[in-house]
Design a binder for this molecule. Structure first.
Ligand SMILES: Cc1ncc(COP(=O)(O)O)c(C=O)c1O
Length: 404
């Protein structure tokens, strides 16, 4: 039996947890959703209560706006409930802020961080810029080459940043093995789990120490907010929380309410996106203009076996590579599409398309890979939204007609 006032959602299926999580009666009152608490100042009964505030830096306690109020607490609580093994979740003003907040918690001058070579490009830029300026060294590794990864550890390696599947080229790595090796070498593993989210990949259960997400993508789900999160077990959560407070990170209650609204429908949207993406990826595979489809959910595609083994869901984001041609031909294809918006980000209700040129964003992994024909190098990334997949296929067919 669950207590209505304090529901324990841990043993419920993910879809049920998405509905119930974070809805504590002391935060919602008699309504379904926590109201938007817009607040900088929190008021105290008397000076004794005021003096208590700094001494008791705890979740769910009023103090001052930077520590949030029930709207942000409810979102953090819901995300914690979605991540088995998490003691808490820190919210950040963007996904990049989450990556920075986590790495700045774990690393000190002189330390080394191992970063997957197919990391989101701003993560790479953070390693080569911000972290380098602080005397922290970033070394990139091929996440598919476990012996080389293991050999890359040294006595200064403190953290590893993973992403599965990797950005743009979508390689799916063996997260449990990479996390285990990191732990054996005394390093903290961090996973950017934005692609699969908590319903698609249980990061902490697979041995990762910190799971972060850009909530901007699927959790928000409607292309109208920026936010990030990091969830971890008790010790790491405490450190992440303190560092986020040092950095002054806080998210607006309006955005937290939007993210919480998005979270409720996450599994439904992801199921739909995944089914559409699979249909579109399978169709693309049959097109003569397409050399490769980089979609780990597609049977036979690179990474499919690991995806099947470890993941419980997918999403609408994948890439494909045109057969030959040049950048101008690819641009003609993209410009001929009418249902796909041209723009950054992904995970919204609407489909998006961007050109993909990973060569300058890799240090260790070759682009195009050695097993590709050298002329097959012009990539396209699709974020499949909630439109009817047959309409999207017809739109892509129009794009191909424009380059035939
Ligand atoms: C894998 C991944 N991680 C993190 C981010 C950063 O999120 P934000 O745009 O909220 O800073 C992105 C954004 O595209 C992303 O694709």
């Amino acid at each position: 039996m669950t207590d209505k006032a304090n529901p324990d959602t841990r043993d419920l299926a993910a879809a049920t947890r998405l509905v119930a999580a974070g809805r504590r009666p002391e935060w919602t009152g008699p309504v379904v959703n926590p109201p938007v608490w817009r607040a900088s100042t929190h008021l105290y009964e008397d000076t004794a209560a005021l003096a208590e505030g700094p001494r008791r830096n705890e979740d769910g306690r009023f103090f001052y706006g930077r520590r949030g109020a029930p709207t942000q607490w409810a979102l953090a609580d819901a995300l914690t409930a979605m991540e088995h093994g998490a003691a808490g979740t820190v919210l950040y003003p963007s996904g990049v802020a989450a990556i920075a907040g986590v790495l700045l918690t774990l690393l000190r001058p002189g330390d080394v961080v191992l970063m997957t070579d197919n990391a989101y490009d701003p993560s790479r830029a953070m390693g080569l810029g911000l972290l380098a300026d602080l005397g922290i060294e970033t070394r990139f590794f091929d996440p598919l080459d476990l012996p080389a990864y293991e050999a890359a550890f040294c006595d200064r390696t403190r953290a590893v940043l993973l992403e599965a599947p990797g950005s743009l080229t979508m390689e799916t790595c063996d997260v449990p093995a990479l996390a285990r090796i990191a732990r054996e070498h005394g390093a903290t593993s961090v996973l950017d789990n934005t692609w699969a989210g908590p319903t698609g990949f249980a990061g902490l259960s697979h041995g990762v120490d910190v799971v972060l997400m850009a909530l901007t993508k699927h959790v928000g789900g409607h292309s109208d907010l920026m936010m990030g999160s990091a969830s971890a077990g008790a010790d790491l959560y405490k450190r992440l929380r303190l560092r986020a407070q040092n950095l002054g990170h806080v998210v607006s209650p309006d955005d937290a309410a939007l993210a919480l609204r998005g979270l409720r429908t996450l599994s439904l949207r992801l199921e739909r996106e995944t089914a559409s993406a699979l249909a579109i990826a399978a169709w693309l595979e049959q097109q003569p203009q397409v050399a490769r489809v980089l979609c780990p959910m597609l049977p036979g595609a690179p990474g499919h076996d690991l995806w099947r083994r470890d993941f419980t869901g997918g999403c609408g984001l994948f890439s494909f590579v045109l057969r030959g041609g040049d950048a101008a031909r690819r641009n003609r294809f993209i410009d001929a599409l009418s249902l796909f918006g041209i723009g950054y980000s992904w995970g919204g209700f609407e489909s998006l398309v961007t050109p993909v040129d990973p060569a300058s964003m890799r240090s260790v992994m070759a682009w195009p890979p050695a097993n590709y024909a050298p002329e097959d190098r012009f990539g396209v990334r699709l974020s499949i939204g909630l439109e009817d997949p047959q309409d999207l296929i017809a739109d892509l067919a129009r794009g191909f007609a424009a380059i035939d």
